[in-house]
Write a protein that binds this ligand. Structure first.
Ligand code: ANZ
Ligand code: ZN
Length: 837
């Protein structure tokens, strides 16, 4: 017997070269097959592939390969989310141009992905930093501007003094910049905003279409982020009117508690503050308070644990029902940009107001009473926030508070003092970034004409590559005359270009659509291609993108539909979403600082890509985290070597069959029937686990069992043509089922088996119900030695099973009815004798 070692390196490179040469996994939208679009979140070209990428893309690749074998026309593309800060930071640190750094990283990472044998259609590769890509984004911007869905607004922004840029709220972590840990400041800046709030209702409502396809957790996160609240806007008149201002409006979700208002709290940034404190002797203290709170972090101010702070303004409002005076306070927990920036204080029924009232000695007034109980405002230790009956509420007394919400809003509406409204937590999307390495925003500022959109025929507005990045991190664009100085598209006079670039989240909001027609230089998409491929059937990526990236992509889908680019009937971009778990090391996240990073390249060198892929898929179900373990990868490697050895040792008797390629007639002995049965059961299990539920780990375990069974049966099986066929079919099945997971080894052995076509193009095997039936035997049933009946049992049934079946048999039960069973004698395959007296 030849001892031929499994040598993954040589095999893998051979097949990868072949796939690359043929672009073996290219697809077109002209096909009669049903389509299947599987997409993994594209990577940022940071330099190297990490284990998280390997897991993400291995999952996607198995799905793609399985679906192809199941008869689908599969789109499986890959590209690069290539704009962004790290390129600029690297430029500063290593004195390379961001473009050069980015493209070099892309080349390196592409080679790494190819070394992993992923079945991408490389002819559709995109890099978002190329003008061929971002020119379309600039066009979308202009069309959105025309529609009023992009606008400029001055707004306080999170500003990182060290990165010299605006940060999104989620880039501020505990008041610090996510990247450099500098303390974030608030700064008023004029920025470009995308009007995502115009789609708030649709973004919320359409989440119901995704139920079942997306994890519940992700749907909940989307819902929270959109944050729709139902309630009322209520206007409180001012005791002393200030220059035409009639009153102050609040937003409340609890109009039923309006009679419990004992104060009002405004955001320190509220536009009326200056006027309210005019002439107040403590105006200076109020101003100091405003200044201090203004510079606090926005997220901190929303936190539940925030220490509540406030200050009295000296002014009063009037209660809309009772006319009583209500003192006006400022509070650090009231946000300027939510609702109306003003809150009616109901300490008895809102915990924040309760804390505030206790701290500043403000009265507590109970207006919702728990059924059968009286709350005493003096002795309450927390707010009553549960339902109850309205009390101390004038004509509303006795009404259940849930009904009161509507009734109060209606009463206010009649008097013109309020109305039922809804509020969204969702804010418009600030897309301006004061950075160099991004897509230029295509507008021009002209002293004569104002803000002028660039002409569509002048697109793309090219990001100049011949500029030097500044060492202080500030964008060089404002100081690059060749870029910033331009002619006004309107009057032709001297004008200045916008030098902010777009948030990189804009690029990743529509890339999935560009893949359908990635090389088109006449239009962003071909309608037929979009119509055919969209929506993405299966999207796979990290849960860290569960809010923004997914929300923005959903928003762009609706916007591009309304601009006429996307099909009219396309509501959502991603039908199914899988959020894969993390690859940990010793229970913790892999990180350079901890020194526990496992480098995929090293692992491939040592074990081969197939082993790395196999381990990533075998270690846990895709959604769960798993720990990288040396024994785990060793185990995966041993299994593949075991498949290899089984094949090479038995090669002489193998025939070029397909999976499930032996017939019932071939299985003419007990041993071969048994192996054939296991083969078909494995196909059944693996098909359900891999094709349907994406539980690759249990599918792999099933194939491992089949391999074990083949090792056990190979000696017992004879060498007849029929038995060779049964064994060969089982071998073909092992290779076919494993091929989406470990494609190189499987293609290699498939070829050696004598096949000329690639395994990747084979159909997924079909199992046969009849083959999974066990051989049945007739067993004699005796009671005290006398034949009382017979039993049909599976050939392999063990003693316990036979004993149980015998005792449950009606004939046996009749003959032992008045007796006690003393003993059961089982002769497997022959008889069961029950001794009873
Ligand atoms: C009175 C009241 C009484 C409230 C009560 C609650 C309970 P959501 O669900 O998040 O929409 N609020 C309104 N605007 C605010 C702002 N700009 N900053 C901070 N808080 C604000 O919360 C709405 C509730 O949060 C509103 O209802 C208001 O307090 C407060 F027993 O009004 B409520
Ligand atoms: Zn002009």
């Amino acid at each position: 017997m030849t001892q031929e070692r499994y040598n993954p390196q040589a095999i893998e490179e051979k097949w990868q070269a072949r796939w690359r040469k043929e672009n073996a996994f290219a697809s077109t939208h002209e096909s009669d097959k049903p389509k299947y679009y599987v997409l993994e979140m594209f990577p940022y070209p940071s330099g190297n592939i990490h284990m998280g990428h390997v897991r993400n893309y291995s999952i996607g690749d198995v799905v793609a390969r399985c679906k192809r074998m199941q008869g689908f026309n599969v789109l499986h593309p890959m590209g690069w989310d290539a704009f962004g800060l790290p390129a600029e930071n690297a430029a500063i640190k290593h004195h390379v141009h961001p473009a050069q750094w980015t493209y070099a990283n892309i080349d390196n990472m592409r080679a790494q992905l190819q070394r992993l044998g992923y079945s991408y259609d490389w002819s559709r590769e995109i890099a978002t930093c190329r003008p061929e890509y971002y020119r379309w984004e600039q066009m979308f911007f202009l069309r959105l501007l025309e529609k009023g869905l992009v606008y400029r607004k001055k707004a306080p922004q999170n500003w990182c003094p060290s990165c010299h840029t605006v940060l999104a709220n989620e880039q501020v972590i505990d008041g610090l910049c996510w990247r450099c840990d500098s303390r974030v400041e608030q700064k008023d800046l004029t920025q470009w905003f995308l009007k995502i709030t115009a789609y708030g209702d649709e973004l919320l409502a359409d989440l119901s279409r995704l139920e079942g396809g997306w994890p519940d957790r992700v749907l909940a996160m989307q819902r929270n982020w959109i944050g729709k609240s139902t309630g009322a806007a209520i206007s409180f008149g001012l005791e002393k009117s200030i220059g035409g201002v009639r009153g102050i409006e609040v937003f409340t979700t609890r109009p039923d508690t309006v009679f419990g208002v004992t104060f009002m709290t405004l955001a320190p940034e509220h536009p009326l503050v200056e006027k309210l404190i005019e002439g107040y002797e403590k105006a200076g203290d109020v101003r100091a308070f405003v200044e201090r709170i203004r510079n606090m972090d926005r997220l901190d101010r929303q936190s539940d644990t925030l220490e509540k702070e406030g200050i009295f303004t000296g002014a009063y409002a009037l209660h809309p029902f009772t006319g009583q005076r209500v003192p006006l306070w400022l509070g650090n927990f009231v946000l300027a940009d939510y609702g109306t920036g003003a809150v009616m204080g109901v300490p008895a029924h809102d915990q924040r107001d309760f804390d505030f009232a206790r701290k500043y000695g403000l009265p507590v007034r109970v207006v919702i009473s728990p059924e059968g109980r009286q709350l005493d405002p003096q002795n309450m230790t927390e707010a009553w926030t549960e339902p109850g009956i309205m009390v101390n509420s004038g004509s509303f007394d006795g009404m259940p508070n849930e009904d009161g919400k509507k009734a109060v809003a209606e009463a206010l509406d009649k008097d013109g003092k309020g109305k039922a409204t809804t509020q969204f937590r969702l804010r418009d999307w600030n897309i301006s970034r004061q950075r160099f390495w991004g897509a230029p925003i295509p507008v021009i500022y002209c002293e004569k004409c104002g803000v002028v959109p660039e002409k569509e025929e002048n697109l793309p507005v090219l990001l100049p590559l011949d500029v030097k990045v500044r060492d202080d991190g500030r964008s060089p664009l404002p100081e690059t005359p060749s870029f910033a100085d331009c002619a006004c598209p309107c009057c032709g006079g001297p004008a200045r270009r916008e030098t902010d670039t777009m948030d990189t989240f804009v690029e990743s909001s529509w890339y999935f659509a560009r893949y359908t027609d990635a090389r088109d230089d006449k239009a962003p998409f071909k309608p037929e291609a979009l119509q055919y491929w969209l929506p993405v059937d299966q999207y796979i990526g990290g849960v860290e993108h569960a809010i923004l990236h997914l929300l923005y992509s959903r928003f762009f889908t609706k916007v591009l539909r309304d601009l006429g680019f996307f099909p009219k009937d396309l509501a959502e971009p991603f039908t199914n979403l899988l959020t894969q778990g993390m690859v940990l090391k010793d229970g913790g996240k892999m990180s350079k600082s901890k020194g526990n990073v496992v480098d995929p390249t090293e692992m491939i060198k040592k074990y081969g890509a197939d082993t790395v892929r196999l381990f990533c898929l075998f270690a846990a179900p895709p959604e769960r985290d798993f720990d990288w373990s040396d024994s785990g990868i060793e185990g995966a490697s041993r299994f593949l070597a075991r498949v290899w050895r089984l094949f090479t040792e038995e090669e002489a008797r193998l025939l070029p069959l397909n999976a499930c390629g032996s017939s019932a007639e071939d299985a003419d002995s007990g041993e071969s029937r048994d192996l054939r049965r296991r083969e078909h059961l494995t196909v059944k299990k693996a098909g359900e686990d891999m094709g349907g539920r994406f539980q690759f780990n249990t599918a792999i375990a099933a194939v491992m069992e089949l391999v074990n069974a083949m090792y056990l049966s190979r000696e017992k099986l004879g060498r007849s043509e029929a038995e060779r066929r049964v064994f060969s079919s089982a071998m073909a099945t092992v290779l076919t089922l494993l091929s989406p997971i470990t494609p190189h080894l499987c293609e290699e052995l498939w070829e050696r088996l004598g096949h000329t076509a690639q395994l990747a193009a084979e159909p997924w095997p079909q199992w046969d119900e009849a083959a999974t039936a066990q051989d049945m035997l007739t067993v004699a049933l005796q009671v005290n030695g006398k034949l009382r009946g017979t039993l049909e049992v599976p050939a392999g049934a063990d003693k316990g099973a036979l004993e149980q079946a015998a005792l449950a048999d009606p004939a046996v039960q009749r003959h032992t009815a008045d007796l006690t069973v003393r003993k059961v004698v089982v002769v497997p395959g022959k008889l069961v004798n029950i001794v009873a007296n």
